[in-house]
Write a protein that binds this ligand. Sequence first.
Ligand code: M6P
Ligand code: ZN
Length: 188
Amino acid sequence: MTRNGITMPDALFTEGRLVGEQVENSIRTIGGLTGIFEDEEALKRLPQEALAYEVASLLPVGEGTSGGLYFGVTRIHPWMVGDEYMMTKGHFHANADRAEFYWGIDGEGLLLLMDENRKCWAERVFPGSLHYIPGRVAHRMVNTGNEIFSFGACWSSDAGHDYASIATHGFSARVKQVNGKPQLIKTE
Ligand code: M6P
Ligand code: ZN
C-alpha cells in the first residue's frame, strides 16, 4: 500500500499475456496428454517434452473459496495428433453448476461443449469472440489454426475441475481435419 492509498494492479493483461508477481504459470506437455486423442500412436510420435499448452492464471483466493473469481489465459500450440488438432484436456466443474466465460484472444479455434446428456456442439472462437459456458456443460478448446491459439477464461474459485468423466468417457464428438478444414465428427 502506498501512502495515498493507491496501489499497483493485481496483474497485467497486455498483448495477449497475463503477467505479474502473483500470476501462476502451468504447462501441459505432449506426453501429459495421453488418453484424450483417438490416435495414441500419433501422439507418441511427437516430442513428448514439447509444450502442448500453457496456462497463466491469477488465483487471488484459495481454491474452493465461495464468491471468488479466477482469471486465466491459455495458449495452445498448433500441433496435429493424427488428424486431430491440439486441444485442452477439457472438464466439467467439480461444483457442477458453476459457469465460466471463455473469450478468443489470438489465433483461431473451436470451443467444444457437451451437456450431461452427452449432447455435443461447437462454437467458433476468434479474437474478440465471447462464450458463456453454462454450468453442467463440459468444455474443451481446440486449436484449428496454424499458429498459437490463445483464449481468456474467468471462472468461480469454487468451480473446481472434474476431469474424471472426460478421462473415462471422453466427449461424444471430435474435431478433425477433413480436406484441410476442421469438422465436428460425432463419435457416438
Ligand atoms: C482455462 C480454464 C482453466 C483450465 C484451462 C485449461 O484457462 O478453464 O480452468 O484449467 O483453461 O483447460 P483444462 O483444465 O481443461 O486442460
Ligand atoms: Zn472450466
